[in-house]
Design a protein. Sequence first.
Length: 243
Amino acid sequence: MCELCLAATTRFSRRRLMFAAGSLALAASASPILPAWAAEPIFEPNPNAIAPEAALDRLMKGNARYAANAPEQRDFSAGRAARAGSQYPIAAILSCADSRVAPELLFDQNPGDIFVVRLAGNFVNEDGLASLEYAVKVLGVPFLMGLGHSNCGAVDAAIKVVQQGVTLPGHLPGLIDAIKPAVLAAEAKKPADLLAAATEENVRLNVQRLHDDKPIVSEALAAKKVGVAGGVYDLATGKVTLT
């Protein structure tokens, strides 16, 4: 082959090589390899995304352990850091403020498992209802419980006001007014134990108020995203009885 032909062939081969390299670069820019952080996110359900029936079952099994004096062993410090950024309670409980009633203990649950609203007489007021709505709408709580207890001082005070006309000081009359309907409903049934009957009626009336709440709780109930029940805690035995 002559030197002129050889030089031409060499120049041609270099042009083809450069063209091929440029084509590869263009193809790579058109179809980039996505980094790991840019991949499609994988969504997992929250830990409390369980059926209402499952949440109630967990509560009642925990109460059985508590009543049997056989609570699960747990280290409260173990999950503290993990809970600092978020919470996923399985239930929201409207409870009495009585110092002998501690929902986390009597249902044998860990911190972060129960969202608790407490006030003497465990009745639904505007602030408490807003807190429970927050639990349902924002925290995704699958179960609500209205929890009364035996020998409730607030209910007993309401009975004394109704039957004896006792006058209470300060802001207590407002609290008693919220419990009076339960006392009157219980009285109409002429029970042997008015305090126990009024306690149960108070739970039932407030559970019904939760059912009637619009739009948040009622819509969640209709969609079967949340369940609602009432219970009475026996201070002596430690057992919760559903009403």
